[in-house]
Design a protein around this ligand. Sequence first.
Ligand SMILES: Nc1nc2c(ncn2[C@@H]2O[C@H](COP(=O)(O)OP(=O)(O)OP(=O)(O)O)[C@@H](O)[C@H]2O)c(=O)[nH]1
Ligand SMILES: [Mg+2]
Length: 345
Amino acid sequence: MFKKFKNRLKNWTKKVSKKTEKDETKDIKIPMKFDVEKQKYESNLEEIKKPGFLKKVSLKISKVKISEKEFEIYSEELEMLLLENNVALEVAEKIIRELKLRIVGREFLKKEIESEIKDCFKEIIEEILVSPFNVVEKIKEKLADQSKEPYVILFCGINGTGKTTTIAKIAKFLKENKLSCVFAAADTFRAASIEQIKKHGEKLDIKVISQNYGTDPAAVGFDAIKYAKKNFIDCVLIDTAGRMHTSKNLLSEIEKIAKICKPDLKIFVGESLTGNDVIEQAKSFNWAIGIDGIVLTKADIDEKGGTALSVGYITKKPILYLGIGQEYDKIIVFDKKKFIKDLGL
Ligand SMILES: Nc1nc2c(ncn2[C@@H]2O[C@H](COP(=O)(O)OP(=O)(O)OP(=O)(O)O)[C@@H](O)[C@H]2O)c(=O)[nH]1
Ligand SMILES: [Mg+2]
């Protein structure tokens, strides 16, 4: 994730700080600043005596300002960079607006400008990313409160985004956290979907509740919940058929599943790679059933990473997990701090 984005963002901050180097010394107040620097160097008087020290100090204390006009030039380039890396227009504009507020007209020490711009960026990204909640804790809270009711998670999304694989990965992750699961094979539409989830069930030693193809998916979910209650299983993970977010009929079908199964958590599964499309999908599913969180899959093959930055901000829902490969353990809990670090900030 981020390979290209990270490098180009780094180059951009470098470029802005380099350009401002040309403006340098015109508004430096050497005596006052020298005193400040002198204090810093008090403990090392020997250093001060060395030839060239004054020049070194004045370089450190050179001040620069970025004017609104300069910022406009650079922000155009930044906007392109963000858009090219799958950041949605609305989010790119927000980033630029916030950055402008933070850096235009402010005096920077020349030696610090690059790191200051990076810090501003970091602050903005931190604000934009919705903080995820801890799913395991949520499950344990419910089980502690109403011990007879299982925790129900419904997965939705368009075709082939990785819903079924994500369910298997999450089941393994929950098992490692001492939570038992049952799968509801509620994709009764796509050929071989029931066999696919049964295979995962066999491999992970997880019971799969299924009916025939063509049956009502809500009934399958309901059966699985009944089974979990009877057998003291902690969680029910409901797989659903991939459906286009533009199809009203299919969205009303998932609405029905949600109405009948009353999930505690509705997770939208989207592909990290698909940029603005995934945002439109998340918006549609959110409109239909009110999603609680997002899993972005295929982050391992996404070099851009901007979708992760945008989808949460636009839907105001947190990214909970990132899928980073096809195997069961290729899932990570979404971590804002790590995400920002990976962005090179
Ligand atoms: N590289 C990579 N591949 C993934 C990831 N998650 C899922 N896949 C692959 O994506 C393909 C589709 O995965 P499924 O789990 O069947 O997707 P689905 O959303 O259930 O598909 P439908 O049920 O047909 O809508 C499979 O080949 C998975 O192995 C991921 O995080 N990274
Ligand atoms: Mg599936």
